[in-house]
Design a protein around this ligand. Structure first.
Ligand code: LMR
Length: 395
């Protein structure tokens, strides 16, 4: 049956990471997949998660299925993490959340419910966006339109272009936004720009779908949630796909949630029923382990404080690496890389051609995504000089 199928090319992000792992060069640098690394190149388990895990192994008495909506502590905790304790949408009880297998699962479940509600809605995506948005959302049969977002010449958001493009969207179209730490470009909307986009969404009757996978890794947990909170306060409907892969280090545990703010409690419950139905036909039940741990961290004050501290330290390291990268790249090449400091989160474009990216990989064992997107967490004091001289050599 399957002999007629063709072998597919490797994933544009994960395939490069695998190629780097197989590279025997001791000087190799892996700047590919968006996984946090510390100064020694390790992806640590958060101490708070470790402690929760130890406590769980003592008290866990069953591996029976979770409820379809997910672990109760987790889905309540993720609502307050995203929206803040005192958000008016929570007070109005117009928010529901359903656990999903990571941010990807949340995006897919969200797309399924959008398709059920409005089969002809177009999904507006930023140019560029995370490449996996296309298969994840497109495979339910929704079509895409692109809005201008990143201006490579100025290394910043082309906000006029974005507004101009979105002014042509039809009522009922979906606007996919990155909540913070834009993947792949690292250039985020300012609070004023979020306010302006919220006004446009209200005027044109669009449906915002916010993908937030890096809360706490840009400016801080509260600052990074500005867009989600503002839209949830000022718009009748907002959909959020949240991931705890990065901000709790739970990557392989597939921990995420789809959160919906509706016009009232009834609509929010309808959404949750649709989301669990959509999940049932794809993967049936949510995975338990990561969500139970995340739920413990979100609900236990001591674990929560410890986790916030660790996350703040990661955020500080990322911003420190950004400054170091700017300094070293600017010195090695004579070009201006100060935009790297102004961008947020794990990713920035280095502004290299695909030929230059290929040469970096083939001649220097420096691995980055073809668009020249780098995971800045892969940079440290021990490899930054080699990286900067390699980039200078291919320029
Ligand atoms: C990335 O963009 O590198 C991460 O979000 C991991 C992934 O699944 O692609």
């Amino acid at each position: 049956m399957f002999e007629a199928l063709e072998r597919l090319p490797a994933d544009p992000i994960l395939g490069l990471s695998a190629a780097c792992t197989a590279d025997p060069n001791p000087d190799k640098i892996d700047l590919t997949v968006g996984v946090y690394k510390d100064e020694s190149g390790q992806t640590p388990v958060f101490a708070a998660i470790q402690r929760a895990q130890e406590a769980l192994s003592e008290r866990e008495v069953t591996k029976a299925y979770l409820p379809q909506v997910g672990d109760a502590n987790y889905i309540a905790g993720i609502r307050t993490l995203l929206l803040g304790e005192t958000h008016p949408a929570l007070a109005a009880k117009r928010v529901t959340s359903v656990q999903a297998p990571g941010g990807c699962g949340a995006l897919r479940v969200g797309a399924e419910v959008i398709k059920a509600a409005s089969p002809n809605a177009k999904v507006w995506i930023s140019a560029p966006t995370w490449p996996n948005h296309i298969p994840l959302i497109g495979s339910v049969g929704l079509e895409f339109k692109e809005y201008r977002y990143y201006d490579a010449a100025t290394h910043s958001v082309d906000f006029d272009g974005m507004l101009e493009d979105l002014a042509t969207a039809n009522a009922g179209d979906v606007l996919l936004l990155h909540g913070c730490c834009h993947n792949p470009c690292g250039a985020d909307l300012s609070p004023e720009q979020w306010q302006a986009v919220t006004g446009l969404v209200a005027d044109r009757g669009l449906m915002p779908f916010i993908d937030t996978a890096y809360q706490g890794m840009g400016k801080g947990l509260e600052e990074d949630a500005f867009g989600v909170r503002h839209m949830a306060e000022h718009l009748p409907e907002v959909l959020v796909a949240a991931s705890n892969s990065k901000n709790m280090g739970l990557y392989r545990e597939r921990t995420g949630a789809i959160l919906f703010c509706g016009t009232g409690a009834e609509e929010a419950e309808i959404f949750a029923s649709q989301a669990t139905k959509a999940a049932r036909k794809i993967y049936s039940m949510p995975p338990a382990h990561g969500a139970i741990l995340a739920g413990m961290v979100l609900s236990d004050p001591a674990l929560n404080a410890s986790w916030r501290q660790e996350l703040a330290a990661m955020c500080e390291r990322l911003n420190g690496v950004r400054a170091l990268l700017d300094e070293k790249l600017s010195a090695a090449t004579g070009k201006d890389y100060s935009f790297i400091r102004r961008e947020s989160g794990m990713f920035s474009f280095l502004g290299l051609s695909s030929e230059q990216v290929d040469r970096l990989r083939e001649e220097f064992s420096v691995y980055m995504v073809g668009s020249s997107r780098v995971n800045v967490a892969g940079v440290n004091k021990a490899n930054v000089d080699y990286l900067a001289s390699s980039v200078a050599a291919v320029l």
